[in-house]
Design a protein around this ligand. Sequence first.
Ligand code: SF4
Length: 394
Amino acid sequence: MTTPSTKKRVLSGMRPTGKLHLGNYVGALENWVRMQDQYECFFVIVDWHALTTDYADPSHLKENLVDVLLDWLAAGLDPAKCVMFIQSHVPTHAELHLLLSMITPVGWLERVPTYKEQKENIKAKDLDTYGFLGYPVLQSADILIYKADVVPVGEDQVAHVELTREIARRFNAFYPLGKEYFIDKHPSQLTQYERNFLIGQGREIPPDGAVVLHIGEPHPKYNRIYVFPEPQALLTPAPRLPGTDGRKMSKSYGNAVLLTDPEPVVRQKLKTMVTDPRRIKRTDPGDPDVCPVGDLHKIFSSKETMAKVYEGCRSAGIGCIECKSWAADALVKILNPMQERRKKYEDNPRLAWDILEAGSARAREVAGATMDEVRSAMGLDYRSSSGPAKGSTK
Ligand code: SF4
C-alpha cells in the first residue's frame, strides 16, 4: 500500500502514435516534465483510445507504445516522480467506461466538437462506430478513476474535461456514496442531527426564514458523500510550432522533426524549411515574425541569437542558410541530451517495460480503490458479500 500524496493529482495521456516530434514536446511533454515536480502525476499511454480510430489494424500498437514511452523518458519524465502506465493494463478503466456509458446521454457525445470535426476530416476510416462515439466517455473514465484534480489540456480538449465534469455530476447525483438529503424548513424545525451537521460544516443557521440546504452523511467506510470530484482543466498555452512546410508540425503532414532525429537529419530537414516568402534573393530583407524559421528561433534560441536573427534578417545582413543553421544548433542542443537518455533504454528495453509494469501496478491500486467506491455507490458490491443466506429464495 502506497502512502497517499498530499499533492494535487494530475492525469494526462497520449495515444501510442509512435515516435514523438518536437511539436509533442513543446505542446505537452515539456509541461509534463515540469508538472511531475509539483503534482502527483499519472501519465497514461491510451492504447484503447488508439483503437477507436485505428481498430482495423492494431499491428503497430506495441511498437508504437514502446516508442512513446522511450520518448517520455528521453524528455525527462522520471519514474521516481510520476506514474507511467498503459491504459489496457488497468482493466478497471473499461469497467468504469461501461458504467459511465449507462448514464451518459447520446446527445452529449454527439455535441463534442472533436467528434464532429474528426468525422468530417477523417474520410479514410469508417468512424460510424459505437466505440468512436463513446471515446470521450472512455476518456472521462480515464480521468475519474484516478479522481484527478487537474487535467492539463490544449484548447481543443477543454470540452472533453467539461464533459467529464458533467458525467461526474450526473453519476454523483444518481449514486451518492453516503446519505444525502435536502433540508427545506424553518430553522426552528431543524432536528438536532441537522443542527449539529450544519454547525460541523461551519454553516450559519439563520435565526429566521426558511433554510434550503443540501447536507449529507459520508459513507462510514469511505468517508465521502460522493465518489467523484470534478476535475479542473488546466489550459497549457503552447506556442504554435511550425513544421518544415510552415504548417503546424504533424507527423501526418510529413513536416516533423522527431525527437529521435540525429543531427544530420535535423540539419537536412531545416535546410528545406520554408522561410519568409518575400525574401526571394539574398539581398532582400525579411521578417522573422512572418517566417517559420523565425518561429523556431523564438521557441528554442537564446536571446542573443534572436537579436542576431532580427537584425540580420531585416537588414539582409545574413542569409537564410546561416539563419537556419543557428536554428538547427538550438534544436540539436535540446535533442542531444534526450537522445542520450533514450539510448540507455533502447539498449535495455527491459528497463522501460519494468517502468511500465511498476506504473501499471500502482495505477491498478489507485483505480481499484475508486472502483470499490463506485460499486458500493451503485449497489454492485455484492460480489464481495457472502451471498444469500441458506434457504433464501432471493
Ligand atoms: S533570415 Fe531567418 S528569419 Fe529571415 S527569412 Fe531567412 S530564415 Fe527566416
